[in-house]
Design a protein around this ligand. Structure first.
Ligand SMILES: Cc1cc2nc3c(=O)[nH]c(=O)nc-3n(C[C@H](O)[C@H](O)[C@H](O)COP(=O)(O)OP(=O)(O)OC[C@H]3O[C@@H](n4cnc5c(N)ncnc54)[C@H](O)[C@@H]3O)c2cc1C
Length: 376
């Protein structure tokens, strides 16, 4: 008889793990609590315009196996992601300056604050240092650029001063560009699907049994033990274990609105993603997905990204690593409720700040582990 694997969650991680194990001969069932697949990466439409209710999602990777996998499911349309930031140089400025993100030294040289910035850059250490986010970033770009681009954005985004945040995720988020490379990413492959990512994830799941509208919690452990020989959990562990508040999360709410346009190619904001670090607005950025899809349709959807929503979007990586430790403890406690092997994978269950390609790589690793340990 084929070995049976239950997978909790139909985002990238659950979908890819489910697909690979199905291909390897396991009897897989993916259990998803909502009525749709795709998790955080999912796109929706408003009056026919594709937009992203969970924030901008750009697919980029340097991982050859991941690239081949997504190509084989139709994700091939090249895209070069460029971000702008609206910066106010002084409190009296009526209009902000639209500058590249990450900051580009060549552009900064045109600004009146350049002499001060130049002086600060000259006295930086050879490599960024510091345990907390603020110290690390100031040591990378100096105080003036930190104040203009980072300080208020970070406080809005995380709801706490940057001094309380870990420097661990700074290298992934912040850079000062001296080489003129304008794209946000340097990965070999970057794509944006014209209709949103859903059809790619649906292709991944096309041969996998998926049961929607089914929320699984630790209370289902006995039943899962009867139905499957092993289970992979991609859900947030504090939610799965029914102990909300045990882990800290930061969430966003995309306030999305339809705007008419004069012509089918029309857009409303300067870029797909425009960072808005200023405290003059409560949101952190605007997202207009039509820039990336290139959709030819009358109208557009602009989303303002409001931080601080009670949703599980971002793990909060504090300088002391306390939340990561609590997540590891929760994983151990959850596993004790099961009589079958339990595996944890993906962004939520492992409480890591990972991108879609890393979630896919995680799924590949867990599928390999399950196949090796559970037999085909
Ligand atoms: C605001 C934001 C912007 C991002 N931007 C990018 C980007 O530009 N590029 C990029 O590559 N990545 C980006 N990411 C990261 C990307 O969203 C994740 O890496 C990816 O979605 C992780 O997939 P996952 O399957 O691990 O988790 P998810 O996508 O969260 O999927 C988990 C699934 O499990 C389901 N589920 C949860 N609990 C249960 C339960 N108890 N029972 C059953 N089902 C359950 C959920 O409904 C969901 O479908 C961004 C993330 C956020 C939050």
């Amino acid at each position: 008889m084929r070995r049976r694997i239950g997978v909790v969650g139909a985002g990238w991680t659950g979908a890819v793990a489910g697909r690979l194990l199905t291909d390897a001969g396991f009897a897989v069932e993916v259990l998803e609590k909502t009525s749709v697949v795709g998790g955080h990466s999912r796109a929706e439409t408003m009056n026919g315009v594709v937009y992203e209710p969970n924030g901008a999602h750009i697919f980029h990777t340097d991982n050859e196996a991941v690239n081949q996998f997504v190509n084989s499911h139709g994700l091939t349309r090249p895209y070069d992601h460029k971000v702008l930031t609206e910066v106010f140089l002084s409190p009296d400025d009526d209009e902000g300056h639209l500058l590249s993100w990450p900051p580009q030294v060549e552009e900064l040289k045109e600004l009146p604050v350049w002499p001060k910035v130049e002086q600060e850059l000259a006295s930086l250490p050879p490599y960024p240092t510091g345990d907390n986010f603020e110290d690390y970033v100031v040591s990378m770009m100096g105080r003036t650029l930190y104040d203009l681009f980072i300080r208020d954005y970070t406080a809005k985004q995380w709801g706490r001063p940057a001094t309380e945040l870990s420097a661990r995720f700074a290298p992934k988020r912040v850079e000062l560009r001296r080489d003129g490379h304008r794209g946000l990413f340097r990965d070999r492959w970057q794509y944006f699907p014209p209709n949103g990512i859903n059809e790619v994830i649906e292709s991944v799941l096309s041969t996998v049994a998926v049961t929607l509208d089914t929320e699984i919690t630790v209370a289902d452990a006995d039943r899962l033990g009867q139905d499957y020989d092993a289970v992979i959990i991609t859900a947030a562990l504090d939610d799965f274990a029914r102990c909300p508040g045990e882990l800290e999360w930061r969430g966003i709410e995309m306030r999305s609105r339809f705007e008419p346009t004069d012509d089918p190619g029309g857009v409303h904001t300067p870029a797909y993603v425009t960072n808005r670090p200023s405290t003059r607005v409560p949101y952190t950025r605007t997202v207009e997905t039509k820039h990336a899809t290139g959709q030819q349709i009358e109208g557009t959807v602009v989303s303002e990204e409001m931080p601080g929503a009670p949703r599980r979007h971002y793990p909060v990586l504090t300088a002391d690593g306390a939340n990561e430790r609590r997540n590891a403890e929760l994983a151990e406690k959850i596993a004790e409720h099961f009589d079958i092997p339990v595996y944890f994978a993906g962004r939520l269950a492992t409480y890591r700040y990972i991108n879609q390609d890393e979630a896919i790589a995680d799924a590949m690793a867990v599928a390999h582990k399950v196949a090796t340990e559970q037999g085909g």
